[in-house]
Design a protein around this ligand. Structure first.
Ligand code: MN
Length: 514
């Protein structure tokens, strides 16, 4: 099991106070989880320790590491919120509490609500560090998924692909995203996983050997060109990412040019362009394959130059050229900007990452997910006002450079919870309604036939009045009767114009037929 010294060794330049804090959290959590076991048979605390270590290797600060070590204490042990607050202060408690609250945002298996769930997930987090801890928590749970009962594996793996992976992607956290994808892939799409594996083995059986040889060739060439400060490495494309690309290329693996890639990491942007010249002189580039994401970064802030070349031994591969800073950002995304900023003494997490990250957070997905179409959002809701305006505005709103990262999350949360609530059907479908909505609005949001015959409603299994104001996370059940009909009173009780329009037309209809 991870030792506390290992965690501390991975922290960037910790003060004595930083080390003491991490040590205290380690000992406290170990004691709290004493006697508990993971499904794997390991002590429960090994999970918390693994998360602390991963957060440290990502460069997160001492309070985030401490919160990671403590993240399951309030939910799963006898430790109370009050105790945690007294021992570790408000900030660490706030982080732990945030991670605990996130457990209630769950994927219920309905694809059409995934976008809402992602937003709910981000908005519930309150602090970007809560999201990072939660992603690392999920990563470790995925790494140990084989020990979880079969019937739960699929739900957890799908939730990972539908909620966690897109969030990691939007936060620019490429490394953790790839790991989560490849861990979930075989559980969610076992047949496709086998197919991709087989194809890749045929095509790239000796990939590592080959890449290593070409990497050395390139290294030599760059040195000959007078370049000294640089690093080279290689990567084989992730399986899940390959799967998506294969589907787009009709499963023709020869059409995929970035399965194998060599990375060149240098000091400056100038060096990057110089290296590109050297590479194109050495290996023949494929025409039209050069992409300059340094000059034009991807929506999530990713920067790099990509080019596809044919090596002298006839291998087609991608070369990715970037600075150290860009490399770090592409691996850790938003987390890379928080690094070392969180000291136990002074300094806040003021984040310059924000201007890169914020506008991309709600852009349509570029790679794996289909963007939610307007028709998804407006389904059954023809009126314009039903589209949450903030969904459209949020991209522009947060480009102001002055705002700090935390302000962004705060504002988003406020907007999110001030304008919309999310309630569930008994089946776990998510229904998105304006704040102040009643069971009548809910019924009409499901279907006008249900709305027109509401006889009663239950919220969280309790009978309620039809004018009850629904709250975030409520489970709402509607009883219908053929004999039940809209009344004038309903007009006051309904908030959505769709419900009001249906009620009005039903009332008119009744008047005419009287
Ligand atoms: Mn956990």
């Amino acid at each position: 099991m991870t030792a506390v010294n290992e965690i501390i060794a991975h922290m960037g330049d910790p003060t004595e106070a930083d080390k003491a804090l991490v040590n205290k959290a380690f000992v406290f959590s170990q004691k709290a989880h004493e006697g508990q076991l993971r499904k794997s048979g390991e002590p429960y605390f090994s999970h918390a320790a693994a998360i602390g270590l991963r957060l440290a290797t990502m460069g997160m600060g001492p309070r985030t590491i401490a919160a990671g070590l403590l993240h399951d204490t309030v939910e799963d042990t006898t430790v109370t919120a009050q105790q945690l607050k007294e021992e570790f202060g408000d900030e660490i408690f706030f982080l732990v509490d945030g991670v605990t609250k996130l457990s209630s945002v769950r994927y219920y298996g309905r694809d059409r609500y995934n976008e809402s769930l992602r937003k709910l997930f981000v908005a519930t987090s309150q602090d970007i560090r809560v999201l990072i801890i939660k992603l690392v928590d999920r990563l470790h749970n995925m790494q140990t998924l084989e020990y979880v009962p079969k019937e739960k594996q699929l739900r957890i793996a799908r939730e990972t692909l539908e909620i966690y992976v897109p969030v990691a992607h939007r936060l620019g956290m490429g490394k953790i995203r790839k790991e989560l994808e490849d861990l979930a892939f075989p559980y969610v799409y076992p047949k496709e996983y086998e197919r991709v594996m087989t194809l890749m083995k045929q095509k790239a059986g000796k990939a590592e050997e080959l890449l290593e040889r070409e990497r050395k060739n390139l290294q030599k060439k760059l040195v000959e060109a007078g370049m000294t400060h640089f690093q080279t490495s290689y990567r084989v494309k992730g399986l899940y990412s390959m799967y998506h690309k294969l589907m787009r290329k009709e499963w023709n693996i020869d059409q995929i040019y970035d399965m194998l890639a060599i990375r060149v990491v240098l000091d400056t942007v100038e060096d990057c362009y110089k290296a590109l010249g050297v590479i194109h002189e050495f290996w023949r580039p494929l025409p039209g394959r050069m992409k300059d994401y340094i000059a034009s970064p991807k929506p999530n802030g990713y920067q790099s130059i990509h080019t596809t070349v044919t090596t002298h031994s006839g291998i087609i591969m991608e070369i990715q050229i970037r600075t150290y800073k860009m490399h770090h950002e592409s691996e850790y995304g938003v987390a890379s900007h928080l690094i070392y900023k969180e000291k136990t003494q002074g300094g806040d997490g003021n984040a310059s990452w924000f201007s890169n990250f914020a506008p991309s957070l709600f852009r349509p997905f570029s790679r794996h997910q289909q963007p939610p179409s307007q028709s998804d959002i407006t389904k059954d809701r023809p009126d314009k006002e039903k589209i949450p305006i903030w969904i459209n505005q949020i991209g522009e709103m947060y480009t102001a450079e002055k705002s700090s990262g935390q302000e962004f999350v705060d504002d988003m949360r406020k907007d999110f919870f001030m304008s919309r609530i999310f309630v569930f059907t008994p089946n776990g479908d998510v229904v998105d309604l304006p704040v102040g909505a009643s069971p009548i609005d809910f019924a009409y949001a499901i279907h006008s036939e249900i709305g027109d015959h509401v006889a009663g409603a239950k919220v969280n299994k309790k009978l309620v009045q039809l004018d009850t104001e629904l709250q975030n996370g409520d489970i709402v059940e509607i009883d219908t009767k053929e004999s039940a009909h809209p009344t004038a009173k309903w007009l006051d009780q309904a908030k959505t114009s769709m419900a009001r329009r249906h009620i009005r037309s039903a009332l008119e209809h009744e008047r005419e037929n009287r």
